[in-house]
Design a protein around this ligand. Structure first.
Ligand SMILES: C[S@@+](CC[C@H](N)C(=O)[O-])C[C@H]1O[C@@H](n2cnc3c(N)ncnc32)[C@H](O)[C@@H]1O
Length: 224
């Protein structure tokens, strides 16, 4: 009983502190619940397909944990790779937005910079997941073969800007097994986060693939 009283007193201290927003539950995902459910349905469709899973642009690892917890409850865990700079957008990617897409780099330079690979690894481990491996890298120069990533069944691409999304699509598509699914986030018109949509549109046109954008912004590519 004493333990509970202390715990309650501590919680009250958190509540009156200026940092209370860090101590009380806030929705942590960058996808809304319907979008998360859609991602789960896509993963479910690929359960019988050979190949590992991949997320490019894993941010703080929240969606990574959610999807892998979903898979864990279906007894369907297998290697899940995460690639991120863990320090936001690269200078080259931001400069491209400015030079060729008329978007100022000031829009992007402070986003996702308060992050570290070891923090994300800790988040993943403290959620009991041992199948997730993170790589600190720029997707533009990441070499899949050298890192022993050979076959993929599901892939979530979430790197927001044109250049990294184009590179991600070009590198990942040949590794997808037939029936595998690539999710391309942020496929929507936007004042300055519209690079993903351009990369998606160009890619499906080049490869003569059907266009499918659902739940406001989720582009889908199924490997035929
Ligand atoms: C929108 S966040 C990812 C959110 C995450 N998928 C989630 O659902 O929680 C975009 C991430 O892409 C990463 N990123 C941006 N450009 C990149 C690049 N060239 N290579 C690797 N990661 C990149 C950023 O560091 C950032 O963490």
């Amino acid at each position: 009983m004493l333990k509970e009283k202390i715990a309650k007193a501590l919680r009250e201290i958190y509540f009156i502190s200026p940092f209370r927003r860090y101590f009380f539950y806030r929705y942590p995902y960058m996808f809304n619940p319907v979008q998360l459910m859609f991602l789960c349905q896509c993963i479910e469709k690929t359960l019988m397909i050979e190949g590992d899973r991949l997320e490019i642009g894993c941010g703080y690892g929240h969606t990574t944990v959610f999807l892998n917890k979903f898979l864990e409850s279906s007894n369907a865990l297998k290697p899940y790779y995460c690639i991120d700079t863990f320090c936001g957008f690269t200078i080259k990617d931001m400069q491209y937005e400015e030079s060729y897409r008329d978007n100022s780099p000031n829009r992007y330079k402070e986003k996702f910079i308060i992050n570290k690979k070891k923090w994300v690894d800790f988040t993943i481990r403290s959620n009991g997941l041992t199948n997730v491996k993170t790589f600190e890298a720029d997707i533009n120069s990441f070499n899949f073969e050298q890192n022993n990533i050979k076959k993929l069944s599901f892939c979530l691409l979430d790197v927001d800007l044109y250049l990294p999304m184009k590179a991600a699509l070009e590198k990942v598509y040949p590794l997808m097994e037939t029936g595998g699914i690539i999710i391309v986030d942020d496929c929507m018109p936007h004042e300055y986060f519209d690079g993903a949509l351009q990369a998606y549109n160009e890619f499906i046109e080049k490869h003569n693939l059907p266009k499918k954008i659902v739940h406001e912004r989720i582009g889908v590519i199924e490997k035929l």
